[in-house]
Ligand binder design. Structure first.
Ligand code: ASP
Length: 342
């Protein structure tokens, strides 16, 4: 079989900070720089190419237009490479991974996001293992050359996760990610062990890169005592199209009539409301308790077992496609690429 070819796309984040992490300075990273820091790359039986954001950014500065830019880069080089490794800050990696999974329709090559908690040039860095194994995953294929992981995934500290199921769970540990409601796609130990039953099946067909995300979306995290006026104010933002309410437990919220009235007003103005749980794992079951009955009556959409990251980016994506209200309701409830359990 021909040597596999992988494109590394550097967007920024800690992984690319140079030897002096005190300055926090980021500079575009190319293959030469990577090879200097990780000489092992030369010994991998893979042809590597690289592209970099002109101005690499901390992932806290990522915007929907940047997600689209990454998707476009993948689209531009799709035919020239067998797989893609996106180097990205870990802070908002789960959002980018979710957005890419929607933007890259018909993807049948690996897009593996990774980064690190320590810069690549530091002695105890986690970047080397993350990078090397991400490349291995992106290059893995069967005897017909079909990718083993034909989807958007996050690789971090010996675990491979479905991208749109991930959450960043730790600010310091190398083991910074989890996918609470979905099994790991692979575990890296002595061997790279794939859970093939969890990985999306390979499908033939062209890639379609979507290029529109609508950012008229908000998130409101409920807490005991949250004031109805505050929510009314947030829901009155001009142009707002959809809001994710992060709720308690299995999707519950206050029964306070003032709270319910504010949500009703928003629904009457055509704002789409989504119910996502604040819990780390498990799912929304509207109507299970009386404290979620109002959501059912108001036509609030259930995010079921989606992460907040997957729900917010899905709304941006669906609104970006210019969907009408009914199509939005249907689209939100349907799995696009494994972000929600059917
Ligand atoms: N603040 C950094 C970022 O997300 C942290 C990291 O790279 O892990 O860009």
């Amino acid at each position: 079989m021909n040597q596999r070819s992988i494109l590394i796309i550097y967007t920024g984040g800690t992984i690319g900070m140079l030897a002096d992490p005190r300055t926090g300075a980021l500079r575009p990273m190319d293959l030469a720089h990577l090879e200097e820091q990780v000489p092992e790359l030369d010994r991998m039986n893979v042809r590597l190419g690289s592209r970099s954001f002109e101005t690499p950014i901390d992932s806290s500065d990522m915007r929907p237009a940047d997600w689209v830019r990454i998707a476009q880069i993948i689209g531009e080089d799709y035919e020239s490479y067998d797989g893609f490794v996106v180097l990205h800050g870990s802070d908002t990696m789960a959002y980018t991974a979710s957005a890419l999974s929607y933007l890259l329709e018909g993807l049948n090559k690996p897009v593996i996001l990774t980064g690190s908690q320590l810069p690549i040039g530091t002695i105890r860095t986690d970047a080397k293992e993350n990078l090397i194994t991400a490349i291995e995953v992106a290059a893995a294929c069967d005897e017909h050359g079909r990718a083993t992981v034909p989807e958007v995934a996050v690789y971090f500290e010996y675990s491979l996760y479905r991208g749109n199921r991930t959450v960043k769970v730790h600010a310091e540990r190398f083991e910074a990610f989890r996918s609470p409601n979905y099994p790991r796609l692979a575990e890296a130990g002595v061997h790279l062990k794939y859970d093939r039953s969890a990985i999306l099946p390979f499908r033939e067909g062209p890639l379609k890169v979507h290029e529109h995300m609508n950012d008229q979306v908000g998130v409101i995290r409920l807490f005991p005592g949250i004031r109805a006026e505050w929510i009314r104010h947030a829901l009155s933002t001009p142009g707002l199209r959809a809001v994710v309410l992060t709720t308690f437990g299995s999707g519950n919220g206050p029964t306070d009539p003032a709270f319910v009235a504010v949500l009703r007003e928003a629904r009457e103005r055509g704002i789409t409301l989504v119910n996502a749980t604040q819990c780390f794992g498990g799912q929304v079951e509207q109507g299970r308790y009386t404290t979620s009955q109002a959501f059912v009556e108001l036509g609030v959409l259930s995010a079921k077992d989606m992460t907040v990251e997957a729900a917010v980016t899905k709304l941006m994506f669906l609104l970006g496609q210019g969907l009408g209200t009914n199509e939005l309701v249907e689209g939100f409830g349907t799995s696009i690429c494994g972000e929600v359990t059917a």
